[in-house]
Design a protein around this ligand. Structure first.
Ligand SMILES: Cc1ncc(COP(=O)(O)O)c(C=O)c1O
Length: 399
């Protein structure tokens, strides 16, 4: 029988989705599941953009330009200018979600064996993009005690080798919910500049910042424009994960030329998604203000409720809509599976993403899980109640 390739064999299942079959089985048994495992917001997509989509020309659903529609890229320049990011349409390629933008960045920048430094825990799907481009992820540990702030910059310096090619930063961070400061980004930029490294920045949660904090983009850094690659997406910004529209942005012409050739190979980004995303740029500020206020309430509700459970701890996130929680358990993978297979509280249970998949060494995530607060407050409260009751009876409880 023909064999699957080495890469085909080693591609990991997503830490966020690998327990889905157990969730499906629980649902089939009539159990209600509170999904704290996946960043699928229940916030409504902006109506104005949906209305434009409804009126989209449908006589021929055609290919678009490989770089994305020019009208959309021009509109994106307006969006970014409002965020103090000044770019031109030829510095943008529209992708099939932020995921494809990430794949482009890894493929274009990394030779086999090249190393990408990432603070951990980190977004689990970076592993797959690294494997596809034969790159190696090297992690720099951040700690739950400091709310997952950027590790000391010396740790990055110590991790440098002749194979280091890039630093990857996700800001605000998934899975930790940490919003990096301007100073932290400047310190990363200094190393990138000094050692000729790419600085990849995944800013798909740019709009989600709390307590009056402002997001600072890598595109605002001075003197480093040739090193910086911005990866972005409309998925979370407009609660439009199914639109499948992202972007890769750089002022480095070689990067954009390579990205364009990759874009041509996969032909084009989605026709309907781009029509939606272009219209979505006109979403009024009030939409974002009300979404941010809602997430802020959810964030406080969730963190307070989790920290009230004996033996649990989670830091207050400053961005995105996730946080990591530490629990009194033997093994996060076992616990999360047990929640779906063996536990229910009045016919309900909760699904978490085991943190083992967010660390290079699964041991570091054994007692942690990532949770999201992209659900309504009543659902969050019910979900945390399930967690509290579950921890009372879980056979692998540690203290
Ligand atoms: C940190 C991060 N980057 C990138 C993505 C990819 O988003 P999409 O492909 O939906 O644009 C996600 C999705 O959850 C994410 O959390």
């Amino acid at each position: 029988m023909p064999q699957v390739s080495r890469k085909g064999n080693i591609l990991p299942a997503s830490a966020i989705r690998k327990l889905v079959p157990f969730a499906d089985a629980a649902k089939a048994r009539g159990i209600k599941i509170h999904h704290l495992n996946i960043g699928q917001p229940d916030i409504e997509t902006p109506k104005g953009a949906i209305d434009v989509l409804r009126k989209a020309p449908m006589d021929i659903v055609a290919y678009t330009n490989s770089a994305g529609n020019l009208s959309y890229r021009k509109k994106l320049c307006e969006y970014y200018a409002k965020h103090n990011i000044h770019i031109t349409p030829d510095e943008i390629i529209v992708t099939n979600g932020g995921s494809e933008a990430l794949q482009f960045a890894f493929t274009i920048c990394c030779n086999p064996g090249d190393e990408v430094l990432i603070p951990e825990p980190y977004y689990t799907n970076y592993n797959s993009f690294a494997i596809l481009s034969d790159a190696v992820i090297k992690t720099i540990p951040s700690s739950i005690k400091s709310g997952f702030a950027l590790p000391p910059i010396e740790e990055f310096e110590k991790a440098l080798t002749s194979r280091t090619k890039a630093i990857m930063i996700c800001n605000p961070n998934n899975p930790t919910g940490y919003l990096y400061t301007k100073e932290e980004l400047k310190s990363l930029a200094e190393i990138a500049k000094k050692h000729d490294l790419f600085l990849f920045a995944d800013e798909v949660y740019r709009e989600f910042c709390y307590d009056g904090r402002k997001h600072f983009s890598v595109m605002e850094l001075e003197d480093i424009s040739q090193n910086v690659i911005l990866l972005d997406s409309v998925s979370k910004r407009y609660s439009a994960c199914g639109a499948r529209v992202g972007t890769i942005i750089s002022k480095n012409k070689d990067i954009m030329s390579a990205a364009m050739r990759m874009a041509q190979a996969r032909l084009c980004p989605p026709y309907f998604g781009q029509i939606f995303a272009e219209a979505a740029v006109d979403t009024p500020k009030e939409y974002f203000d009300s979404v941010a206020a809602e997430y802020d309430k959810r964030r406080k509700t969730l963190v307070e409720a989790v920290n009230a459970i004996e033996g649990c701890y989670c830091p207050m996130p400053t961005g995105a809509f996730y946080t990591m929680i530490e629990m009194p358990i033997d093994d996060s993978d076992k616990f999360c599976k047990w929640l779906l297979e063996e536990f229910n509280y009045n016919g309900e249970t909760v699904m978490l993403a085991p943190a083992t998949g967010f660390y290079s060494d699964p041991e570091k995530g054994r007692k942690q899980a990532r949770i999201t607060y992209c659900l309504k407050i009543e659902d969050l409260k019910a979900a945390v109640k399930c967690l509290e009751e579950a921890l009372k009876v879980y056979p692998g409880r540690t203290k």
